[in-house]
Design a protein around this ligand. Structure first.
Ligand code: HAM
Length: 540
């Protein structure tokens, strides 16, 4: 026994190693939202609930993570979001199954040691049953590959069973076969997909479509109108108005119709919301990017034109000539602007149906008094869009000035295995919206208190607690200091907290039943009974 162990005594737990204090910071691109700013966030969200409800939208709350494949299919693998910005984790669904294979391997009797295979074979059949249950219960994904692997496992079991009744004369062969079988079992482990890729959602349109299909919403009265609020995650380079965890307020309309009035009403709704918030410098840009009949031809002519000027383009645009020529139109690079201005416009390449749809959307916007600007370069960065696309900018945001983006995505629900469905929606970047409101002075002032209760003495504390309870019940914001303070200090504190009134409760006030209320703005004082105090404050 070592000296240390002798001193501590037997059975005594070793002391944990003392950890040095360490400071932590929020992860780059994420941030804490603090009061009083959170009051503005709440006001914005409350307004969204109210305005969207008046348009017949209901709230949907979605999971923060989904299968990576859902986002990859919807948004497109060649997009920046999927290509490099997703936070993806490998979720090992059935860790215990994974471990059990090793245990089985270790329990495997070597023919040179024992010829009793029956215990092993019964463990193996129990394992086969466990895999079957895991597949049926969804703990292990029931992919084609996993179902084939399960068949293979059953075959390994059948072969193992044959060894349970070995023929003495075949011993060397058995030894070789037995070895081959155990290796087969071990490598079998790699044929099963225990793992699944999950990603933090970079946006929510794909999830809404997934939910629409999963809950058979096509059976509800159409169209289905849903909205959502919450955090999204993209591994972008952080800067003002661009975060890795940011917040969106979005809405989607899904159903059988692609009537242009639906597009216009969705846009009208978001403009009404911004109007209600008094967002400044709002600019709506719209475009149509055609559909699968006309867009491919346009993309080809764009590519042909871009190839002619390839040398004059930057590396990003050069790459996009191959991957996604439409995105070249998005370029903010000064040196490319003159070249882009001369490229063909999609409006001249729309098929008849798309052109008619676009004209009708514009007409519907005009009927609603929504002011827009046509922007032929507005293409959006996600693959699911077709026909109508739009973006809204606001003032005070610098280069990241898009406060809302949206568009039509007919066919996305089908791509995700659902019935033929039309869809349109938008998402507002809530962080940017808040930033713009703050820049234009639309943020509410520091959240103050209505009444600060300055109390002194044990009896006064009891009265103060009761007064605080009654005032709070009547809806006033009350600060009740936890410990006694000299009146001078209490009044100073009340001032710092932005209180409107100080209610002074000392021995005199309590015994007289007359409380002193001081108006902090002008220093005036008045004596009031308890009911008079409530009356007085209520009338303000
Ligand atoms: P999006 O254009 O990728 O569209 O994002 C919409 C808005 O989210 C942007 O205009 C911007 O305000 C905000 N946003 C995006 N990334 C960031 C970031 N890193 N930091 C801060 N704000 C950001 C979509 O997400 C589509 N799902 C919109 C939609 C809904 N289309 C149809 N339905």
């Amino acid at each position: 026994m070592s000296d240390g162990a002798a001193k501590k005594g037997f059975g005594e737990k070793p002391q944990p190693k003392e950890e040095k204090p360490r400071k932590f910071q929020a992860i780059r691109g994420t941030r804490d939202l603090l009061p009083p700013e959170t009051a503005l966030w709440n006001r914005v969200e409350q307004t969204a609930h109210e305005v969207f409800a008046t348009f017949g939208f209901g709230e949907i709350r979605l999971p923060i993570f989904e299968q990576t494949e859902l986002f990859a299919r919807s948004i497109g693998t060649d997009t920046e979001v999927i290509g490099k910005e997703m936070y993806t984790i490998l979720d090992r669904a059935s860790e215990s199954l994974w471990r059990e294979i090793y245990e089985l391997y270790e329990a495997f009797p070597h023919p040179s040691v024992s010829r009793d295979y029956s215990a092993f074979v019964s463990r193996l059949i129990a394992f086969v049953k466990r895999v079957e249950d895991a597949l049926a219960g969804g703990d292990t994904p029931a992919t084609e590959r996993n179902i084939a692997a399960f068949e293979d496992l059953k075959e390994i079991y059948r072969r193992a069973q044959e060894f349970s009744t070995p023929d003495e004369g075949r011993r060397p062969t058995i030894q070789a076969d037995w070895g081959a079988l155990i290796n087969r079992l071990l490598s079998w482990r790699n044929t099963l997909d225990f793992e699944e890729n999950l990603s933090l959602r970079p946006e929510a349109t794909a999830s809404v479509c997934r939910a629409y299909i999963e809950h058979n919403m096509q059976q509800l009265p159409q169209p289905v109108k849903l909205y959502y609020l919450g955090p999204m995650f993209r591994r972008e380079r952080p800067q003002k108005g661009r975060y890795r965890q940011f917040y969106q307020i979005g809405a989607e309309v899904l159903g059988g119709s692609d009537a242009p009035a639906i597009d216009a009403e969705v846009i009208e709704m978001v403009m009404t919301f911004f109007d209600r918030l008094e967002l400044q410098g709002v600019q709506l840009d719209i475009n149509s990017i055609g559909d699968k009949n006309c867009r491919p031809k346009y993309v080809e002519s764009l590519r042909a034109e871009l190839l002619k000027v390839k040398d004059k383009l930057g590396p990003d645009s050069q790459r996009r000539i191959e991957t996604n020529p439409l995105r070249v139109l998005d370029s903010k690079l000064e040196s490319e602007q003159g070249i882009i201005a001369k490229l063909p416009h999609i409006a001249d390449h729309l098929c008849e149906d798309c052109a008619a749809h676009y004209a009708a959307v514009k007409h519907q916007l005009e009927m609603r008094g929504v002011i827009y600007r046509e922007n032929w370069r507005l293409v959006r960065g996600l693959d699911y869009y077709m026909r109508t696309t739009f973006e809204i900018t606001a003032e005070g945001l610098g280069s990241q000035n898009a406060v809302c983006g949206g568009g039509r995505y007919d066919g996305l629900v089908e791509l995700l295995g659902g019935p033929p469905t039309k869809g349109i929606g938008f998402a507002i970047g809530e962080d940017r919206l808040i930033l713009s409101l703050q820049e234009s002075g639309k943020a509410p002032a520091q959240q103050g208190r209505d009444v600060y209760i300055a109390w002194m003495g044990e009896r006064a504390q009891a009265t103060a607690i009761r007064a605080a309870k009654d005032l709070r019940k009547a809806g006033f914001r009350v600060e009740l200091p936890p410990v006694e303070q000299k009146f001078g200090k209490a009044l100073g504190q009340a001032d710092k907290l932005g209180a409107k009134y100080a209610l002074i409760l000392g021995d005199n006030e309590v015994s007289e039943g007359l409380w002193t209320l001081k108006t902090l703005a002008d220093g005036s004082q008045q004596k009031l009974t308890e009911p008079q105090l409530l009356d007085f404050l209520r009338k303000l």
